[in-house]
Design a protein around this ligand. Structure first.
Ligand code: C2E
Ligand code: MG
Ligand code: MG
Ligand code: MG
Length: 277
């Protein structure tokens, strides 16, 4: 009922939005101070080459280590960073952390492997994106072949030309480039023809049990055959069983990234693992 011009439902609605915004504001300042206080840390998940069984490279995955010791997954805070247009800062922080780590290994004369980093689709709106990454890489003197940039497939939708341009610029600077989560969103086969990527990462959704298993297999096998002709390497993501590994070997997939081999791990743990290899 509307009494004195106020609708109680409307008031309630307003109130809940106010509370949500207030919380979001706190989240934003918490995120910013977490960035300044170096509460974000980088985990590394190895990618295993199926032909040799060796760790060939790794993906850098951000984690939030809060002051009370909790480790928070990116699915929780990346959307907030994106909503607040702070994701560029976070991505850059992760990239710089990776460069710092590679530099310390190189300085010690230890073995290094290529590392890939994720970038948000919102980086498309930042015209200085490529030059900023080049600047950071040069600051740490990292050979560009050691660095790979992962673009999520879902960012491609209606921004195909822009993505192709950015990838071409990155390739000119010597970076490797990949498309992440392929098959999860709006996949376009014509994109694969025109984009000079080095690696295609097939989303783990393709490998989970489903009623369409037979069709999924046909799609994966078709994609692997297709991109081989373009000299693009393939990574299967989210692989959890040895049965899947055998299948992927059989169909000629190049790399596997999944819990079956390794979970993402802190820098020190990854260093130890590399020593053993
Ligand atoms: P992604 O780039 O597709 O990374 C792979 C995700 O799959 C990681 O989740 C990894 O831990 C998980 N994963 C790996 N193997 C398995 C497996 O066998 N089973 C299952 N169930 N999961 C597996 P994580 O680390 O939670 O990251 C989630 C997403 O957050 C990433 O997906 C990526 O899109 C985003 N992300 C992570 N770090 C960054 C970053 O620095 N910047 C940006 N923009 N996004 C990031
Ligand atoms: Mg990724
Ligand atoms: Mg992925
Ligand atoms: Mg993903």
């Amino acid at each position: 009922t509307v009494k004195n011009g106020t609708n109680p439902n409307y008031v309630y609605y307003n109130e809940s939005i106010r509370i949500r915004l207030r919380e979001e504001k706190n989240v934003e300042s918490r995120m910013l101070s977490a960035l300044e206080n170096h509460e974000f840390t980088v985990y590394y998940q190895p990618k295993v080459e199926l032909k040799t069984g060796r760790i060939a490279c790794a993906e850098a995955l951000v984690r939030w280590k809060t002051s009370d010791g909790a480790v928070i997954s990116p699915d929780y805070f990346i959307p907030v960073f994106e909503r607040k247009f702070l994701i560029g800062q976070l991505d850059q922080y992760v990239f710089e952390e990776v460069c710092r780590w590679l530099k310390s290994l190189l300085d010690q004369g230890r073995e290094v492997l290529p590392v890939s980093v994720n970038v948000s689709r919102l980086q498309f709106y930042d015209l200085d994106f490529v030059s900023r990454y080049v600047e950071i890489r040069d600051k740490y003197q990292i050979p560009p072949r050691l660095l790979e940039i992962e673009f999520t497939e879902s960012m491609v939708f209606d921004k195909e030309e822009l993505l192709i341009q950015i990838v071409k610029q990155l390739k000119k600077e010597g970076f490797s480039c990949s498309i992440d989560d392929f098959g999860k969103g709006y996949s376009s086969l014509s994109l694969l023809k025109s984009i000079p990527i080095d690696v295609l990462k097939i989303d783990r959704l393709f490998f989970v049990e489903s009623e369409d298993k037979g069709k999924d297999a046909a799609v994966i096998e078709g994609i692997i055959d297709l991109v081989k002709r373009f000299h693009i390497q393939t990574v299967a993501e989210g692989i959890e069983t040895w049965e899947q590994v055998e299948y992927l070997k059989h169909i000629g997939c190049d790399f596997v990234q999944g819990y079956v081999y390794y979970r993402p791990m802190p820098e020190e743990e990854f260093e130890q693992l590399l020593e053993q290899q």
